[in-house]
Write a protein that binds this ligand. Structure first.
Ligand code: ADE
Length: 224
């Protein structure tokens, strides 16, 4: 089963970018997922290839036109799954959301630029607004890449045989415990004895304590 990503973007040259390297890039080469981009500018018909206009009611910046964006989205009807609009106003993207999306056959990512997109296309095409965090990016492209990467590593086959995913940060609602590897001593710092003890029960207990302590210190909100 192949996961299909569609991207509506004024900057298709930004893709695949980081999605073309590492395990995600390998999975793409292996046919586990596909990427299709479309540029709203390519479906304009005027000489200046206009995709935006000044905001109704005045104010700074430019707004992406509903008609152009709707026509662009309609050309991507072969992309299955939800239609998402990257926007700082959206539903916060998190690990459970990534799981939800990875279980879909794919998704269409509409990347906004300028000051925003005309509200009518959001409603008319039932775009679900999604945010990757409480900060403002210059456009949705980096946000779409972050979402796609988080989602694809949950798609069966992408990471290979990695049972370790269960112990990652957020998978059990906690931050991940610290990891160590050789050398046994680095600049006077030693690997905690318990990890070298071979006592798997004790190791699991130590890791759980570390996870809890880290979460309490850094992300108490996750414990609620
Ligand atoms: N576009 C601009 N800022 C964004 C954010 N925080 N999340 C998703 N898309 C965005």
């Amino acid at each position: 089963m192949k996961w299909k990503a569609g991207i509506v973007t004024l900057y298709p040259e930004a893709f695949p970018g980081p999605l073309g390297v590492g395990v995600i890039g390998r999975a793409k080469a292996d046919g586990l997922w596909s990427l299709n981009t479309i540029n709203p500018r390519d479906i304009t018909e005027d000489k200046h290839r206009t995709v935006d206009d000044t905001p109704a009611g005045g104010g700074p910046g430019m707004v992406m036109r509903a008609d152009i964006l709707a026509r662009t989205i309609d050309k991507m009807e072969a992309v299955p799954g939800p239609k998402l609009l990257l926007s700082p106003r959206g539903r916060p993207f998190d690990q459970p959301f990534a799981h939800e999306l990875s279980e879909q056959p794919g998704a269409l990512f509409v990347c906004g630029r300028f000051e925003g997109v005309d509200q009518r296309v959001i409603e008319a095409r039932e775009l679900v607004e999604v945010s990757i965090g409480d900060y403002v990016l210059a456009g949705g492209e980096v946000a779409a890449m972050a979402m796609i990467e988080a989602c694809l590593r949950l798609v069966p086959g992408v990471l290979g045989a990695l049972a370790s995913r269960d112990e990652e940060s957020f998978e059990n609602g906690l931050l991940e415990y610290p990891q160590f590897t050789r050398p046994r001593e680095f600049e006077g710092r030693h690997i905690p004895d318990v990890l070298l003890s071979g006592d798997h029960k004790k190791i699991a207990q130590w890791r759980e304590e570390q996870s809890l302590a880290l979460t309490r210190a850094r992300r108490p909100d996750l414990l609620k």
